[in-house]
Design a protein around this ligand. Sequence first.
Ligand SMILES: Nc1ncnc2c1ncn2[C@@H]1O[C@H](COP(=O)(O)OP(=O)(O)OP(=O)(O)O)[C@@H](O)[C@H]1O
Ligand SMILES: Cc1ncc(CO)c(N)n1
Length: 266
Amino acid sequence: MTPRTALTIAGSDSGGGAGIQADLRTFFAHGVHGLVALTAVTVQNSLGVQGFTEIPADVVTAQIKAVASDMGVNAAKTGMLATAEIIRAVAKTLDEVEVGPFVVDPVAASMTGDPLLREDALEAIRTELFPRATLITPNLDEVRLLTGVQVVDAASQRAAAEALLEFGSRWVLVKGGHMQGTAECVDLLSDGREYLELTGPRYETENTHGGGDTLASAITASLAKGASVPDAVAAGKKFIERCVAEGYPLGAGVGPVSPFWVLDKS
Ligand SMILES: Nc1ncnc2c1ncn2[C@@H]1O[C@H](COP(=O)(O)OP(=O)(O)OP(=O)(O)O)[C@@H](O)[C@H]1O
Ligand SMILES: Cc1ncc(CO)c(N)n1
């Protein structure tokens, strides 16, 4: 039987743990056929991002149109978008093709702090993509860059969600992975009416490379299969928890989270 499809509009990680590689292995783990519009090629390993080259914006557009017109897209997500020009091209293209629920992970930097977005581009994500998004999934650093809100506790996490919803997405997930000194990892999901706290254990591990991408693509895969946003996010949180717990060392720096545990079932 033909599986559901999910499109990732994102960059390549030569180290294989984040970017489109994380998205494709997560889609596979969910039994969803992954489609790709590549935005950039990064030179990257466990120690950081040494550099990147972006794909011309018209080639990004052409990739989206090629798969959407022929294969159909049941849900889509964005990761690294690299430049304001690519962001504007993606926004325009999404007005012309049908991609189903649309998840925007506003990737600004790698976890090692290396930029993955040219300087003027965050503003374009906020104005061009957030109003078109079903769900946005910023981490706490991205929340600060986007809103100025410094999340340190539950009250400021809620204030950040409210500020982010002003930019026009249907739902926001404020991820709490970077919250300091908490025994649990709490992600807050809201559409402005409901505020749902997703709470799980915080694992002691160095190997969290690709965690944000893996969570956003797990959510996108569930949306592609027809789940509601709260159900897709709850399932995504369970999925990423297990992937963080089973993250493995690879290279001298930060190793990747792992979706390989799904193979234990077979
Ligand atoms: N140590 C941990 N233990 C359990 N869950 C975690 C841990 N770190 C992050 N998570 C979870 O992983 C998901 C990604 O969260 P995080 O806030 O780290 O995103 P991110 O910064 O975008 O990820 P990345 O590490 O790829 O930059 C969230 O659901 C978060 O709660
Ligand atoms: C290509 C790429 N996309 C996203 C991230 C963020 O995890 C990364 N490190 N690399």
